[in-house]
Write a protein that binds this ligand. Structure first.
Ligand code: SAH
Ligand code: MG
Length: 216
């Protein structure tokens, strides 16, 4: 947790909560160690959806479908959501959750590695939620920017690695060192790339919000 624990608890205590169905999936995720968007991030995404009202959403990293179902539930307009997942054990659970929610027509789960799926997508998106393996964000970026509409929003989750991102590379474990380096490159890139306006928020595990500027 980056945000002071008591502060996060207080902020979360003000929230009016989610549907019982979403609560159930979230509980399952906690029980079986499946990562899902954190409470503070959920509130933030709800607000973003209210501002942007995206019609087409792309998600990289479905896990068991919590965030996709969350966005479907709290987007003020009915959106089409395409979500990508490559972990075989999670895919059937996500499919089951999507089916149970009655959102099979709205949410399309594509199985496979985002690295190969992304280049095959053609239609652009109003909002992209980047929530897959942290070490790969930097490689996905060119494709995500191609797929993002002008004025579209790219939300990147878990960008501060629980605060590790500010440590020296020697202070993080060897296993995390590559992720650390690549995430720093990613943050530098989304902050400096022309045509992108980015804000990095110390929310949840760190969330970056980038807007693709309209030309002219
Ligand atoms: N968005 C979900 C959580 C996603 S966790 C939620 O908040 O509910 C990240 C997921 O990304 C994991 O399930 C992992 O298997 C998947 N993932 C990681 N790298 C991937 C890749 N290259 N292609 C597709 N899925 C990937
Ligand atoms: Mg995440």
């Amino acid at each position: 947790m980056i945000l002071e624990e008591r502060l996060a608890t207080y902020i979360n205590s003000l929230d009016t909560g989610n549907t019982a169905f979403l609560n159930r999936i979230e509980q399952y995720a906690a029980e079986f160690d499946v990562p899902v968007i954190r409470k503070e991030t959920q509130q933030f995404i709800k607000t973003l959806l209210a501002i942007k009202k995206p019609r087409r959403i792309l998600e990289v990293g479905t896990a068991i479908g919590f965030s996709a179902l969350f966005m479907a539930e709290y987007n003020p307009v009915c959106s089409e959501i395409i979500t990508i997942e490559n972990y075989e054990k999670r895919i059937p659970i996500a499919r089951e959750n999507i089916k149970e929610a009655g959102r099979e027509a709205q949410i399309t789960l594509i199985e496979g590695d985002a690295q190969t799926i992304l280049p095959s997508l053609k239609e652009t998106f109003d909002l992209i939620f980047m929530d897959a393996a942290k070490g790969q964000y930097i490689y996905f970026l060119p494709e995500l920017l191609r797929l993002l509409k002008e004025g579209g929003i790219l939300v990147s989750d878990n960008v501060l690695q629980d605060g590790d991102v500010i440590e020296s590379r020697f202070a993080v474990t060897r296993r995390n060192r590559t992720i650390h380096k690549r995430m720093r490159e990613y943050l530098y890139e989304i902050k400096h790339r022309e045509g992108l306006v980015t804000s990095i928020l110390p929310l949840g595990d760190g969330v970056a919000v980038s807007v693709k500027r309209k030309e002219g």
